[in-house]
Design a protein around this ligand. Structure first.
Ligand SMILES: NC(=O)c1ccc[n+]([C@@H]2O[C@H](COP(=O)([O-])OP(=O)(O)OC[C@H]3O[C@@H](n4cnc5c(N)ncnc54)[C@H](OP(=O)(O)O)[C@@H]3O)[C@@H](O)[C@H]2O)c1
Length: 329
């Protein structure tokens, strides 16, 4: 079977290759084997290939934080999934044609779910949902501000916020995205820049913004912090610039703004397996109903992983780069 291997860490499309490896074999009683139908290339996967992600396993290593698969064999002790079910996998190393994992790590998805969207259910939808629920007790009408608003997380956050009656200020770096994001329910779309706080205050009529979420780092974090109200919370959850956040100190001293961070694994770990399955059941149901989605730019076969990675690194994409290891999509 085919699998993506890194023999060293570095520029993703230089270090990743599609290799022929032995099959995973039959499942043990507590295991599940599934064919990987599709996986996205996420920013964290790019960091993994570069060796800059928090996890840097011994080489050779296989990337892949998420995927959708179809179960082909189930151990005798596994009761919650059966052969033929679609699943997402809570474990990594998914850039391959077939996986063998513990049954508890295989989360069933509803039959009939769009496979492209299913490949992206594991990480970004719960990230958007939990950032809206786990930091500030927001009520309908409250404002949330976010940057990278046209990212997959950003688009999902716009929709999930709208479902709760929350209003969103969406910061992007391309003005032509405004109509698209407004179509999802974005209340305000603004282009990032030096005078962001004054433009946002003008657009909201000076209303308090109690939650900010940001994934760029560097001075961009500081610009989001400048936009939120006294005693508000800003959640740093990614670093598209590769820089550490830079925040003016008066935000802490004079205004008591709290800046904290989010990592999905940390916030799922606070929950029971049943609660985690319930989160995914809710989100997958919304995907199945067509209420939640993320755009896809291009789908590549697994042996074109180098091309797929180079494309994923380009800014200005119209959605995710997906890979289809078994030609299922
Ligand atoms: N902490 C967690 O648990 C967690 C979970 C999921 C995602 N994340 C993070 O969330 C962020 C978004 O992920 P995603 O999968 O939704 O991303 P995505 O769909 O691939 O979109 C990437 C976004 O980043 C923007 N961008 C790229 N380079 C940039 C730069 N140098 N400066 C400013 N903006 C830049 C892009 O803008 P253009 O479209 O204009 O190029 C686009 O809006 C990433 O940082 C990811 O690591 C974190």
């Amino acid at each position: 079977m085919k699998q993506v291997l890194l023999d060293r860490y570095g520029t993703p499309w230089d270090v990743a290759r599609c290799a022929e490896v032995p099959d995973v074999g039959d499942p043990d009683p507590d295991e599940v084997v599934f064919d990987v139908l599709a996986f996205p290339i996420n920013p964290a996967d790019m960091g993994f290939c570069k060796g800059t992600y928090r996890l840097k396993p011994p080489l050779p290593a296989t990337p892949g934080a998420e995927c959708v698969g179809r179960v082909v064999a189930v151990g005798a002790g596994v009761k919650h999934v059966k052969t033929g079910d679609l699943v997402i996998n809570l474990q990594r190393e998914n850039w391959t044609q077939r996986r063998r994992v513990k049954g508890d790590d295989a989360i069933p998805l509803p039959a009939g779910i769009d496979l492209r969207q299913a490949a992206m259910v594991r990480i970004n939808p719960p990230t958007a949902q939990l950032m809206l629920s786990d930091f500030v007790d927001l009520k309908a009408g409250d404002w949330v501000i976010q940057n990278v608003a046209n990212s997959a997380v950003g688009r999902l956050l716009i929709v999930l916020a709208g479902q709760r009656g929350l209003r969103t200020v969406n910061v992007v770096r391309r003005a032509d995205l405004a109509g698209e994001l407004q179509g999802l329910g974005a209340d305000i779309v603004v282009v990032d820049g030096d005078d962001l706080a004054s433009r946002v205050a003008k657009a909201t009529g000076g209303d308090a913004i109690r939650l900010g979420v940001e994934a760029i780092g560097g001075a961009a974090t500081g610009r989001i912090v400048d936009c939120v109200a006294t005693d508000a919370t800003v959640v740093h959850y990614g670093s598209m610039s590769g820089e550490d956040p830079r925040i003016g100190r008066s935000n802490f001293i004079y205004r008591g703004v709290r800046v904290t961070g989010f990592m999905l694994g940390r916030f799922l770990a606070k929950r029971s397996p049943e609660q985690i399955r319930a989160i995914y059941a809710g989100l997958a149901g919304q995907v199945l109903a067509g209420k939640l989605s993320a755009p896809v730019d291009t789908v590549y076969p697994i042996d074109k992983i180098k091309e797929a990675l180079a494309h994923a690194d380009k800014g200005g994409r119209n959605g995710k780069i997906l890979v289809s290891p078994n030609s299922a999509i």
